[in-house]
Design a protein around this ligand. Structure first.
Ligand SMILES: [Zn+2]
Length: 490
């Protein structure tokens, strides 16, 4: 049975008696964006002079002239909106819902707040997504987190979560670090922040990329399980052997991890591992992949080298982080298995400024030099690429994530970069399958039924990608889940 609900522009209408069943069918919030140019996350054609109607937390309709009043039809049993159609009328920016029964007889009316936003030709596009972020490290001044009380660090993370939204990032995939409680508070609407896909602790072997124990500290197998300080901060966890890897993976899943991250090769900043080494045995990696896939989700890997990439891909990982030392065979294997690469265009740094340690600096230089060749291989084999910054430290000042995007400009067109940071990144976070916390609609696209995660930009990012950067100063409006978190428009 269908219930017909009419939205009418009205100056003043008193609410009549409503029945509980009908009242809950009435949308709590409606936002109408007028006169915007739309990049929908996929198409290279910009839709010019369109309107976008948002009902509650989802995009309802995209059309050239959506009136500021209309008719809704609701499915009585589910409360789901079936159709929106225009009615001639006054154009008043206020709505009254008139609920009609199946025979078209008015049973009640109820006022609904409708927010009409005149875009005046601004670009409307999906909220930005960063698929390689570390909320805790991004929020910290250098290694300061290692010396702080956990609750102080968590307070800085809350601030950073809001900064992400202000820069236009409505979703992050956090690829190592704490945040399950903060995510819960964000989702409950207690504090502002992006949607979060959290990995929990980065799992590493003794001596591996994320082994932050001191040189004289011994693995737990030798020390009787005495915990080290780092484990309190939940950034990373050392695990050796199948049993410990399984426990580490399951501990993250228990807390609500949407995907698992392990380190399969050397890292730049890590203390003990040369860049060329391969970490974790095939058996250990396969244990991680099995535990994750038994939970309905997947594993991603920190790794630079072809040998590590191949080991990760052959074990069933679905995404690879970094990969700057790729070779032909590894790139082809990724393409064949549909594995996504999230890589970073690191730029040359003068030694002893950004990276004081000569060993770390040498590793960094090697990765920087590998980048151009890697991109050529990715393009040759058509490897799917997402966008993730891995930017850390100096909170709020140099996390201009979208500026980072512009560094891809030598190899990719603006629309290719825009797809990466929206719809492709949305595909990546959705790899979490049944563990995906946001399943009402797709992310990263502007289409009917998608989540209303939307930014309004003063400028055209298809012509000038830098309008998304500079800490989001030209991103004048940010909506997430149908709620506006930033509006600096006149
Ligand atoms: Zn990282």
């Amino acid at each position: 049975m269908k219930l017909k609900t009419t939205l009418l522009g009205a100056v003043a209408v008193s609410a009549l008696i409503s029945t509980a069943a009908h009242a809950q069918d009435v949308p709590a919030e409606v936002t109408l964006f007028k006169d915007v140019n739309i990049f929908d996350g996929v198409n290279e054609e910009m839709l010019e002079g369109y309107d976008v109607l948002v009902v509650e937390n989802l995009i309802r309709e995209i059309a050239e002239d959506i009136p500021t009043e209309g008719t809704y039809e609701l499915e009585v049993t589910t409360g789901e909106l079936q159709r929106v159609e225009a009615l001639p009328g006054s154009g008043v920016n206020g709505y009254t819902v008139t609920i009609l029964d199946a025979d078209g007889i008015q049973t009640e009316t109820q006022e609904v707040a409708v927010n009409v936003i005149d875009g005046q030709g601004r670009t409307l596009m999906p909220g930005l997504i960063d698929t390689h972020y570390h909320l805790m490290l991004a929020a910290s001044e250098g290694d300061a987190w290692r010396l702080e009380q956990p609750d102080y660090t968590h307070a800085t993370m809350v601030l950073e979560a809001n900064r992400l939204l202000q820069r236009g990032f409505t979703t992050i995939r956090d690829t190592a670090g704490p945040g399950f409680g903060i995510k819960k508070a964000v989702d409950a609407g207690m504090i502002p922040g992006p949607r979060m896909y959290l990995s929990g602790t980065l799992i590493t072997q003794t001596s591996g990329h994320a082994d932050r124990t001191l040189p004289f500290e011994e693995p737990r197998i030798f020390s009787g399980g005495v915990p080290v300080g780092e484990s309190v901060m939940k950034l990373d966890r050392v695990a050796n052997g199948r049993a410990e890897v399984l426990a580490a993976v399951r501990q993250n899943l228990k807390q609500g991890a949407t995907q698992i991250k392990i380190a399969v090769g050397g890292g730049i900043y890590s203390l003990y591992d040369p860049l060329d080494v391969t970490e974790f045995t095939v058996e250990e990696i396969e244990a991680a992949v099995q535990a994750a896939s038994d939970w309905g989700t997947y594993v991603t890997s920190h790794v630079y080298t072809p040998k590590g990439v191949l080991r990760a891909v052959n074990a069933g990982m679905k995404t690879i982080e970094h990969g700057q030392l790729m070779n032909d065979e590894a790139a082809k294997a990724m393409a064949d298995k549909g594995v996504y690469l999230i890589t970073q265009p690191f730029e040359p740094q003068p030694q002893l400024e950004a990276i004081a340690d000569p060993i770390q600096y040498g590793k960094y230089t090697q990765v920087v030099e590998g980048w151009a060749r890697t991109v050529e291989l990715l393009k040759k084999h058509n490897v799917k690429m997402g966008f993730g910054t891995d930017l850390v430290f100096s909170p709020g000042t140099n996390h201009e994530q979208a500026d980072y995007l512009a560094r891809f400009g030598t190899w990719f067109s603006n629309v290719e970069m825009l797809r990466m940071i929206t719809s492709t990144n949305a595909e990546i976070v959705a790899l979490s399958g049944p563990r995906n916390p946001y399943q009402e609609g797709p992310l990263g696209v502007i289409e009917a039924g998608a989540y209303a995660d939307i930014i309004l930009v003063d400028g055209n990012p298809m012509e000038d990608i830098t309008v998304l950067g500079d800490n989001g100063v030209k991103i004048e409006l940010v909506m997430k889940d149908g709620q506006i978190f930033k509006n600096t428009m006149e």
